[in-house]
Design a protein. Structure first.
Length: 364
């Protein structure tokens, strides 16, 4: 040090250089001392963080291991409990056997009857009361002609009977023939009074056959049977035992409309109960100029038809215009009611209705 001072004493420049070097040396030493502690602290912090992370992982692993051990223990306990329960159930005695009650097997025999069904008569009772409660279906096509009164409707009204009036509505008639009476039972009487000239239709005869098979009596007035006899009405005519053919006026006077009684008329209830002494010699010209006075019938010998009125007084097997057949279930008229006055034809319709319902109810 003394040598340095001695040297500086002799050269100011050297003295300054030496002083500068001393300052630089001191600063460098301070910097080294300052940086070192930071590096040591950084390394120590990193080490501490690593140790903490390892500790956390060990703790989580330990918890997971404990949970897994608990789950396994619970499963083992469940298995042991189920095994014990199965063993206990196996050791219990079986329940006593219950007696089996045999159920009888009922076999319903289906019988198909191709013959017309007999009348399903209500219980015997007062015939007049049964008539008043009868379920009657009426189809009368002259309702569309205001110049003609409704003979059949007037007769039913005068007898005090209730009825379902379909007028000339073919749709209503079809529905009523198919569905039966409002009570769901077969009709007690079905009346079809077909007089109006015009389009000839026979579709309702198919449904009428079902009505007859169900045991309902039918009164049928149909002038046009000769035009449709080979159609749907054919089974009814065959069962009745008649064949039909047209009747055209010959002299074009009232003698063409006269009806003569056949021998069976004298004893037939149709001609005598409740009205007797019926005569059809006084006629009207209502349908005379229509060109068609109706149809005539002849016996086929295969049914039970009984002729009552006709156009030939000396022939009992043909030219008939009124018959009853099927044991009295069907009354068939092939002439038109309006060829006669109401006073003439009313007693006949009352006889028709009374005897048809008597057949239905079996009344006396």
């Amino acid at each position: 040090m003394n040598s340095l001072l001695t040297a500086a004493r002799f050269s100011p420049t050297k003295v300054l250089s030496t002083f500068f070097l001393i300052i630089v040396f001191l600063l460098s030493s301070s910097a080294c001392n300052f940086i070192a502690p930071d590096e040591e602290n950084t390394d120590e912090s990193a080490l501490n963080e690593t140790l903490v992370a390892l500790s956390v992982e060990q703790t989580v692993a330990a918890k997971n291991k404990d949970q897994a051990n608990a789950t396994i223990a619970a499963q083992q306990a469940t298995i042991q409990a189920q095994s014990a329960l199965a063993t206990a159930q196996a050791q219990q005695p079986p329940p006593p056997a219950q007696a089996t009650i045999p159920v009888p097997q009922v076999t319903q025999e289906i019988v198909i009857n191709t013959q017309p069904a007999p009348p399903s008569n209500p219980p015997a009772g007062n015939f007049k009361e049964q008539m008043k409660n009868a379920q009657i279906l009426l189809f009368e096509d002259v309702v569309s002609d205001p110049s003609k009164s409704r003979y059949v409707k007037q007769t039913l009204d005068s007898m005090g009977l209730r009825y379902k009036d379909d007028g000339n509505a073919i749709g209503w008639l079809k529905n009523d023939l198919l569905s039966g009476s409002p009570s769901g039972q077969p009709w007690d009487l079905v009346i079809l009074a077909i007089e109006e000239r015009g389009s000839v239709s026979g579709e309702y005869f198919e449904y009428l056959q079902d009505v007859l098979n169900n045991g309902s009596p039918v009164i049928l007035e149909a002038w046009h049977l000769d035009a449709i006899s080979q159609g749907k009405v054919s089974p009814i005519l065959l069962k009745c035992g008649v064949q039909v053919y047209p009747y055209y006026p010959k002299s074009m006077d009232l003698t063409d409309v006269v009806l003569y009684p056949y021998s069976a008329a004298s004893s037939s209830p149709i001609m005598n109960d409740p009205n007797r002494g019926l005569s059809f010699t006084k006629s009207l010209t209502t349908w005379m100029f229509s060109g068609d006075l109706g149809s005539l019938m002849a016996l086929t010998g295969k049914g039970d038809a009984v002729f009552l009125l006709g156009r030939s007084p000396n022939n009992e097997v043909k030219d008939a215009a009124l018959t009853t057949c099927m044991g009295g279930q069907l009354i068939l008229q092939t002439f038109s009611s309006h060829s006669y006055s109401y006073n003439t034809i009313y007693p006949m319709w009352e006889n028709y209705i009374t005897n048809a319902l008597r057949w239905r109810f079996g009344g006396g």
